[in-house]
Design a protein around this ligand. Structure first.
Ligand code: PNS
Length: 178
């Protein structure tokens, strides 16, 4: 048996659970993210969806709001946990005793950035493996920024985000009251 397969067995032996982390900004969570969450949750014992608390960015939704939204839209998935982090992802992964980072890839444009990030994370935490999942082609053009742009102008977003997020964006952009 080679070293890599040994490593996989060790990871599984660690607490007996395979824990993966799906990190992101989720500002807001889209159908594309949700699709990845559903598919990744089937592959691991626990999937931690981790919202980055990036103090240098001005998000539409606060971290607390995003965590609450994610909790509500994943309430039907018992092995999905929602958390937030403000550290380096590599450190957070260690802290959570996880060994897998899940990222979705929509297109070749995503690939370069993801490759760079996966390589840096491998340097910082060689014990963590980044696994890529191809986004469902239905959502390959979707991004949180595009969705926000449409919602800002009161355009239709019901195909792109869960109803809860659509409603909360309407409120944020002043198109309806809470
Ligand atoms: O949804 P996003 O914005 O594409 O997610 C990016 C995210 C949050 C996964 C990435 O920015 C991240 O992990 N930030 C934490 C800081 C860090 O570890 N940076 C070094 C790796 S590039």
């Amino acid at each position: 048996m080679n070293n890599e397969s040994n490593q996989i067995i060790e990871h599984k032996a660690h607490g007996g659970k395979r824990i993966a982390v799906y990190p992101g900004s989720f500002d807001p969570v889209t159908m594309g993210h949700l699709d990845i969450i559903h598919r990744a949750a089937r592959q691991f014992d626990t999937l931690v969806v981790a919202v980055l608390n990036n103090l240098s960015k001005k998000p539409l939704f606060s971290v607390e709001e995003r965590v609450e939204q994610l909790k509500q839209v994943t309430a039907d998935l018992p092995n999905v946990e929602i958390d937030s982090f403000r550290d380096l992802l590599a450190n957070y992964i260690r802290e959570r005793e996880a060994h897998v980072i899940v990222r979705g890839i929509r297109s070749v444009t995503d690939f370069e950035y993801e490759l760079q990030m996966a390589s840096i994370n491998r340097e910082l935490n060689p014990d963590a493996e980044t696994i890529f999942m191809m986004t469902n082609p239905r959502y390959s053009y979707l991004s949180s920024s595009m969705v926000k742009e449409i919602a800002r102008f009161d355009g239709p977003v019901s195909d792109f985000v869960p109803p809860l997020i659509e409603q909360e964006m309407r409120v944020k952009f002043g198109h309806t009251s809470a």
